[in-house]
Write a protein that binds this ligand. Structure first.
Ligand code: FES
Ligand SMILES: [Fe+2]
Length: 384
């Protein structure tokens, strides 16, 4: 047995230097319709969700040739497959014949995919390679049929995808940006493994789920954290980048260490909000991905992915299991509040949300969604 040691960190910038302010933002108000309007959800699908990089699955779910994952969210369905050369292919899981879903379940060892309705056959890349009674069709339509493509990339042991296809979003590294690559990259998630995934189907807008993990303000009330234990947490540092944001929350008693130690990850909980649908909640020795999968304007699949380091150190495994068991209860409390958010969401008197300056990551996120929608609508109406 080897005693567990987390990866060496601390090569990135100091996050608690004297000149770094507590928060970069200020109090703001946003309209309730951003959460409740079905028409807005359609705009988000078109301009925000489909053209952005989003996490689809773990690379470890696609290790062998022919392993495939069916991912579904915001009305879309796609298939991701591991090719023989180690790369990934992905295409929209919609039969070009009459629109049935081609592949229902994730699985392994696939050589071809056959649509269940009339047996059209697709290869890994979504090319149509078999059509029963081919001669009965108008032959002109059958040339070079290929399902629409999804752009895929791997980073941090995750498979990321852009549903709108290749070249729509900047390359993944550029999308994530230097701060996220260095800070979140320090955890070496590619060396971790999926310990457990817990999924809840909840009746709230997907952004309610993202918001829930974007502030620390609710911790004393909802999670019953005593005042002396949240004191250091109030000294968190918040960083807003081009698209994403980050929040470094000192563990109790860690502040003096943080002022001189660039390895903030060893003594703080670091949150990374990766636009648009993911929040990482990183503890020094294990981490969670809170993934909001939008389903409709008021339905979301909320996934919590728990990642551990590979170790045979029983003490590490035991304390991490204890902490994770505790966190599942804490996350259950967040889920519980969404019933109340749902219950009030159709009230004629629900007009807006306002946020204090320590909740500034939330309006920062919503303002980006809003800006991207407005730019997209303006572009389309100008005919570009
Ligand atoms: S709908 Fe797929 S083969 Fe007909
Ligand atoms: Fe919470």
């Amino acid at each position: 047995m080897t005693t567990f040691v987390p990866p060496t960190r601390g090569d990135g910038p100091l996050r608690f230097a004297e000149d770094i302010p507590n928060t970069p933002g200020q109090s703001e108000t946003i309209p309730s319709s951003w959460y409740t309007d079905p028409a807005r959800f359609e705009l988000e699908r078109k301009y925000v969700l489909n053209p952005s990089w989003q996490i689809m699955c773990r690379s470890e779910e696609l290790t062998e040739t022919g392993d495939h994952v069916v991912w579904e969210g915001h009305g879309e369905t796609i298939v991701i497959t591991r090719r023989k050369d180690g790369g990934l292919d992905g295409f929209h899981n919609v039969c070009l014949h009459r629109g049935a879903r081609i592949v229902r379940d994730s699985g392994s060892c696939a050589r071809r995919f056959k649509c269940p309705w009339h047996d059209w056959v697709y290869d890994y890349a979504g090319n149509v390679v078999g059509i029963p009674d081919r001669e009965d069709f108008d032959q002109d339509i059958l040339n070079n049929l290929k399902a629409p493509q999804v752009e895929l990339a791997e980073w941090g042991g995750w498979v990321w995808g852009v549903l709108a296809g290749p070249g729509v979003a900047p390359p993944l590294n550029e999308w994530l940006g230097e701060d996220i690559l260095v800070d979140l990259g320090a955890y070496k998630m590619e060396d971790m493994y999926l310990r457990e995934k817990v999924t809840w189907d909840v009746d709230v807008n997907w952004k309610v789920v993202v918001d829930a993990f974007n502030e620390f303000y609710h911790a004393p009330a909802l999670h019953h954290i005593p005042p002396q234990d949240v004191k250091d947490g109030r000294e968190m540092r918040i960083f807003e980048f081009e698209r994403h944001s980050m929040m470094v929350v000192p563990l109790k008693g860690a502040l003096p260490k943080l002022r001189e130690n660039p390895d903030h990850q060893s003594v703080a909980i670091c949150h990374y909000t990766i636009f648009p649908t993911s929040v990482f909640n990183n503890n020094p020795e294990h981490l969670q991905l809170f993934r909001s999968v939008p389903i409709s304007h008021n339905k979301t699949r909320f996934e919590t992915w728990e990642l551990w380091y590979k170790s045979d150190d029983q003490a590490y495994l035991d304390r991490t299991q204890r902490h994770w068991d505790h966190l599942k209860i804490v996350v259950g409390e967040d889920v519980w509040t969404w019933e109340d958010v749902n219950a009030a969401s159709r009230s004629s008197y629900y007009k807006q949300n306002f946020f204090n300056d320590r909740e500034c990551k939330i309006p920062f996120f919503h303002n980006q969604v809003n800006r991207i929608i407005n730019e997209g609508v303006a572009r389309d109406s100008a005919g570009n």
